[in-house]
Write a protein that binds this ligand. Structure first.
Ligand SMILES: [Zn+2]
Length: 265
């Protein structure tokens, strides 16, 4: 099965404050304005072949064909207030991944907001407990704890099993997947820009394509319709970045922070 999953984060009011999700210039890159977000949904709805689906927990194992999935990371406050109403207009389901330590803190969803998403039929999953800077560098027990603590928190909140997750910061590794599987996760979304679904340690692993405030209309159409060009470009950029991360490690994170600090000046 081929899956095109898009990663969104927060949606801000057009001329409003940065009031949803993580603070800082780096996080801001991934936040769309309401006008941009509605425009993306309009572009997608104009594609007859691209109807967003809800991932059945076993979707990875089901049938052949293609699927378009909308996902939203971090658990920012805009999920129930700006994103959910826009999706409701089209009766589209989506997947929301919540950083559980942030529930009820400024910029993030309240427990009630998380329940509203679930009640509206969206898939609610974990995005780890603390959103560690580099999930793949944590000792294995801490990885397991990030998954199991956050999963328990959401299950407690929703009164239902939570078996879907997305990797914070895109720091995926085999160990991160193994820890997720051990913590009872069944479907894990990564930030690896690829459409093919993989099966690892009883886990369905699904790549995703990033959407930022700079993603062009043409790229949204290309990604959502599965036509290829934008996906290939993102794959190349990702491979280059991954290589730099592997070579640089901490140096990469420092360089990245400096870059955004410089740009802010
Ligand atoms: Zn995140």
């Amino acid at each position: 099965m081929k899956v095109t999953a898009l990663i969104y984060h927060d949606v801000l009011a057009d001329h409003g404050a940065d009031d949803s999700g993580f603070a800082g210039a780096d996080a801001r890159t991934y936040k769309l304005t309401e006008t941009q977000f509605h425009r993306h949904l309009d572009l997608i709805s104009a594609l007859p072949s691209a109807v967003p689906l809800r991932l059945a927990e076993r979707a990875g194992e089901e049938s052949s064909g293609a699927a378009l999935l909308l996902t939203f990371d971090d658990g920012g406050a805009s999920a129930p207030t700006r994103i959910m109403p826009a999706l409701r207009q089209r009766s589209w389901p989506a997947h929301f991944f919540v950083t559980t330590d942030r529930i009820g803190t400024p910029g993030f969803m309240t427990p009630q907001g998380v329940r509203e998403l679930h009640g509206a039929g969206h898939v609610v999953g974990t995005h780890s407990a603390s959103h560690p800077a580099r999930m793949s560098s944590l000792p294995y027990e801490l990885m397991c704890r990030e998954w199991s603590d956050s999963r328990a928190r959401l299950e407690d909140l929703l009164g239902t099993a939570v078996t879907v997750a997305s990797v914070p910061g895109g720091y995926y590794s085999h160990a991160v997947a193994r820890a997720a599987a051990q913590a009872g996760i069944r479907v894990l979304f990564t930030s690896e820009p690829q459409r093919s679904v993989r099966y690892i340690d009883g886990l369905t692993v699904i790549g995703r394509f990033s959407v930022t405030r700079r993603t062009s209309d043409a790229d949204i159409v290309s990604l959502a319709s599965g036509s290829g060009a934008a996906a290939v470009r993102q794959r190349l950029a990702w491979d280059t970045k991954k290589l730099a991360k592997r070579i640089g490690g901490e140096a990469w994170l420092t360089a990245r922070r400096r870059f955004f600090e410089l740009r802010r000046r």
